[in-house]
Design a protein. Structure first.
Length: 73
């Protein structure tokens, strides 16, 4: 039987805050960049519903790539 995560799970809370911050970082970008990156973030958010650990790793990779891209991050 599958157990549901606790609402006060610190790992999930941290992931939620990092996703929120990533969306905020993407928001001021030009529309074409923003739309592409938001789709990626939404895919990570959807993944978090099934596998929070994998979603956290994908978000970490997304943020690293986002910060390294000179014309976007």
């Amino acid at each position: 039987m599958r157990t549901q995560p606790q609402w006060d799970d610190p790992e999930l809370t941290r992931l939620a805050h990092r996703l929120r911050d990533a969306h905020r970082a993407v928001a001021p970008l030009p529309p074409e960049d923003r739309q592409r990156l938001i789709r990626h973030l939404l895919a990570i958010t959807d993944l978090a519903k099934r596998d929070a650990g994998l979603a956290a790793r994908r978000l970490e990779t997304f943020l690293a790539d986002f910060q390294e891209t000179p014309d976007v991050g």
